[in-house]
Design a protein around this ligand. Sequence first.
Ligand code: NAD
Length: 436
Amino acid sequence: MKTDQIPAPEQNPDEPIDKKENLFEVAEKQLERAFKVVQLDESLQTIVKQPKNEIIIHFPVRLTSGKIQLFKGYRVQHNNVLGPFKGGMRYHHNVYLDECKALAAWMTWKCALQNIPFGGGKGGVKFDPSAHNMEDLERITRRFTHALGTNIGPEWDIPAPDVGTNSQTMDWMMDTYSNMVSMSDKQAVKRVVTGKSIVCGGSPGREEATGRGIVHCINQWALEKRFSLPGSTLAVQGFGNVGSNTAQILSRMGVSLIAVGDHTGYWRHPEGFNPYKISEYVRAHRSLQGYPGGQSISRDEFFATKCDIFVPAALELQITEKEAKIMNCKVVVEGANGPTDIDGENLLLSRGIDIIPDILANSGGVIVSYYEWLQNKRSETWDIEDVRSRLETRMSSTYQLVSEKARFLKVDTRTACYAIALERLQQVYTRRGIWP
Ligand code: NAD
């Protein structure tokens, strides 16, 4: 092997390559805002400001082209006082350390908010998966899993799908990990990842869970506001797992998808798109590019579309002051993690636009991941109606708890979510203490 076949990674792994803002700074500011309204020990504040572990791995992969390429993988483990670290694995050309740190912290708050016995983690590999064939993706995933080694584990750190990864990625990760343990442990370690395909031990209802959880939040919001959902309008940014499932479930409730977009462009259709047809198109073409229905519009026109419900379901930092100024909706439901920056959020709230924050809105995914983990642990398979009804109960009751907390503390919904999560962590730290 010639060493000049391995290009050295040049970029500072802490920094975003094409974002003006650093995601971890947004997460830090949200936390500081919560510290002002929740009485927390200073020691807890110090502990949760930073993750426990930050792992960066460079691993070589022999691609199908014959070329050997060096990849950069990340896993950040934020907090595990409530249970094993838990969070997605992202394949994207802009994965960077501070992004993983922010996303891992949000997982800690999300699990604590939903009272799930998991902590927070996040990771990924910095590369563009759309530029690789399936065999390359398998080689990259298996090599990455092997390089992570015992940094993941069914009682230690449990990855799941995120942007650019799916159930196939999780099946490969599970299979590789199970080949790294002793023969007698192979079955027991299936739950090292969640979001697997059903035949490989995944849970019925996991694929749709994040979208379904978003819809339960929208339902609760509509009940609270006495707003009628049938006949209302929707705009969705990002038509992957989260965006497509949300739009499909809402369409069955009579909500019309009038604007949609992804990394290739934006489209509008005043009469409403058929979200099932769009999903089929995206499955076949891997993006919305060239979609024949509706009218092509600019990104600004998309954000300015008059609609009732706006669901960002793509990447982070999409709603800054610029977008918040032109948005024309009643509620923003954060399907994506961290889609709204601090200025964007302040402006939306001052304009009377409600926000259902990410750590509540998109928590359906980790809730059903927990159900998958439990089923694997108990060698059970629950039916889909059971999973759906448990999810609905948990999403609706947490939504109501957050609403009450926001009213009691007289704070915005995101800060109320943080308050509930941080108070739960504080209770545990108070009882357990900090050793030595
Ligand atoms: P995905 O890879 O299935 O889809 C991502 C979508 O975003 C694609 O349609 C893509 O074209 C679009 N996109 C990417 N870059 C964009 C850009 N610059 N502008 C506009 N659109 C862009 O990913 P997903 O699983 O649907 O995740 C979407 C978001 O939801 C992420 O923020 C993820 O962290 C969050 N999330 C996902 C889950 C889950 O269960 N999958 C759970 C909780 C949160």
